[in-house]
Design a protein around this ligand. Structure first.
Ligand code: UD1
Length: 362
């Protein structure tokens, strides 16, 4: 039976659609669930393809705010979400991860005293000026329900004095990957179409602001790739494409015979590539975990990671240090994966039940 109450999910970027997919299925059975798409990611291959492939219901509300600077984006989202919440008065608002859409959703709701639930709460990179770190810290201060994927996340919150409303939920990204395992492994058509063979290629993704907004870091990436000894599939995020173009480096990369540059891939194709690659190189938070869940070693192109449990389990922090990357290419290492599930309950069930219980109590 459905509980009385309306919950709004605020999403706008790729990693949020992935977390929303398993949760939306459960939430819509237990409560009235409304999906708001802020429009932060708007290209079909950054947004629509995820809704279609992952069976997410069409968003009930589309704000179409994207392609502007951080401040303008967050400000416009805040204004529009406030107007929406004033008009419709949700009983709770669920925000996901660490994007500008997360921050705007949490701020708009809490200023109207609407309870906020934060999915993937408690993660920290301890880099204070990283946009995602700012978004997560503020959101965790505002949330009444804090769904943590790991024990480390709970410890991080405790250190910041946040104890109430903290729930160890497990990892929705793990849940989706677990459910999609057969589809991902069976998607060999994709490999054939790309001319790729198992273990004979690498996968690269690169989109963090600290990397793409620095000409120096873009050049470092080009120099590393100059030494690639096997084909590397590189689905290009729009931010990265723009920065490479602006810095006149895209044509240089296109001359690299080992590099296979393509548009951003949908969930299934990206994870098939991650599954069959010899290694994954990335600065993404989500793909670091997903590759390891699939048994593929990961080279993280950052100086730090929020997922510290994955270090020494097959995830190596190599930053953009060419010597480290070349050494890791030679010996990508073995993967021994930690289990992001907890007990028998699915993360989506834990989150939905906690929301129902919370709403009964308010
Ligand atoms: C955002 C998140 C990051 C997440 C990532 C996933 C923040 C601060 N960062 O970064 O945590 O890991 O999404 O991809 O919210 N663009 C397009 N088409 C699109 C989407 C974006 O052209 O469909 C362009 C935008 O106009 C912008 C650039 O790409 O110029 C970057 O997009 P933006 O939403 O600012 O941040 P992401 O780098 O995607």
């Amino acid at each position: 039976m459905k509980t009385k109450g309306t919950v709004y999910s605020i999403v706008g970027a790729r990693p949020q659609f992935i977390k929303l997919a398993p949760l939306a299925r459960v939430l819509s059975k237990k409560l009235r669930h409304v999906i708001v798409h802020t429009g932060q990611h708007y290209d079909h291959n950054m947004s629509g393809v995820f809704f279609r492939q992952l069976g997410i219901p069409k968003a009930n509300v589309n704000l179409n705010i994207g392609g502007v600077t951080h401040g303008a984006m967050t400000g416009r989202m805040l204004e529009e979400l406030e107007a929406l919440f004033l008009q419709r008065r949700p009983d709770a608002v669920v925000v996901y991860g660490d994007t500008n859409s997360t921050l705007a959703g949490a701020l708009a709701a809490s200023k109207l005293s609407i309870p906020v639930a934060h999915v993937e709460s408690g993660l920290r990179s301890f880099v204070p000026d990283m946009p995602e770190e700012i978004n997560r810290r503020v959101t965790d201060q505002l949330a009444q329900l804090l769904f943590c994927p790991t024990e480390t996340a709970i410890r991080n919150l405790r250190r910041e004095g946040i104890k109430e409303g903290v729930v160890r939920s497990g990892d929705l990204m793990y849940e989706l990957l677990h459910d999609s395992g057969n589809v991902i492994r069976g998607n060999t058509r994709f490999l054939k179409a790309q001319g790729l063979e198992q273990d004979q290629f690498g996968l690269l993704t690169f989109h963090r602001a600290c990397n793409t907004d620095s000409r120096e870091n873009l050049i470092r990436l080009c120099e590393i790739l100059d030494d690639a000894k096997l084909p590397i599939l590189f689905p290009l995020h729009p931010r990265t494409r723009k920065s490479l173009q602006k810095n006149r480096l895209l044509s240089r990369l296109k001359k690299n015979k080992q590099l296979m540059i393509c548009d951003p891939l949908g969930y299934r194709d990206l994870l098939t590539a991650a599954c069959f690659a010899r290694f994954v190189m990335t600065d993404s938070g989500g793909l670091q975990k997903e590759a390891l869940f699939l048994g593929t070693p990961v080279l993280t192109l950052r100086n730090e990671t929020e997922w510290v449990e994955l270090l020494k389990k097959g995830n190596r922090l190599v930053s953009l240090d060419k010597a480290k990357v070349l050494a890791a290419w030679k010996r990508p290492g073995k993967v021994s994966v930690i289990d992001h599930r907890i007990g028998r309950k699915r993360p989506s069930q834990i989150i939905a039940s906690s929301l129902v219980t919370y709403l009964k109590g308010v």
